[in-house]
Design a protein around this ligand. Structure first.
Ligand code: ZN
Length: 175
């Protein structure tokens, strides 16, 4: 089977990217590190970026602007809550930006972010830190390969060692 040359469903895509906000500040970048690998068509990345990547060729470089609704969603101020510090495990060094999983209304794990620590109260936010933010991506298609049957079944790429993608993204609960 020849290697894919175009981004399409079922292809593991490695991209180098730089993400900036409205103000031109760099929020995230793969430069100087490993390319980001994702499985195309599996919702591993924000929808606006995945849509823009479809049909792109190996080596292609492009710029894409992703509106919040195609990115991390609009901000919902009802997502901000204050909870007592003692509802977190003792000894935890709570810092703004830390993410936790909490039980959602239907028992599903939902991710929450610490946005501030105010004495004995912790301000948590159910909004992704990039909710409401327009995303400006510069992207380069670094590598393409066909996904393995196992990767397709899991809905995400595995690392070069076969299972390197497991653990640090906390997706064991899918298995
Ligand atoms: Zn897996």
């Amino acid at each position: 089977m020849s290697a894919p040359t175009t981004v399409a469903d079922g292809v593991v895509v490695a991209i180098h990217y730089t993400l900036k906000n409205d103000a031109g500040e760099t929020l995230d970048s793969s430069s100087g590190g490993d390319a980001l690998e994702y499985l195309h068509g599996a919702g591993n990345i924000v929808p606006g970026l995945e849509t823009a990547l479809a049909g792109k060729k190996l080596g292609e470089k492009f710029h894409v602007v992703v509106a919040p609704e195609d990115g991390y969603g609009a901000r919902d101020e009802r997502g901000i809550q204050r909870v007592p510090k003692n509802s977190f495990p003792p000894g935890l060094d709570l810092q703004p930006g830390m993410a936790f999983f909490a039980d959602g209304p239907d028992g599903e794990p939902v991710q929450v972010w610490v946005s501030a620590v105010e004495g004995e109260r912790v301000v948590i936010d159910l909004n992704h830190p990039l909710a409401g933010v327009t995303l400006y991506f510069d992207v380069e298609i670094h590598a393409l390969r066909a996904a393995s049957a196992e990767e397709l079944a899991h809905g995400h790429p595995h690392g070069p060692d076969g299972h390197g993608g497991h653990g640090h993204h906390g997706h064991e609960h899918h298995h």
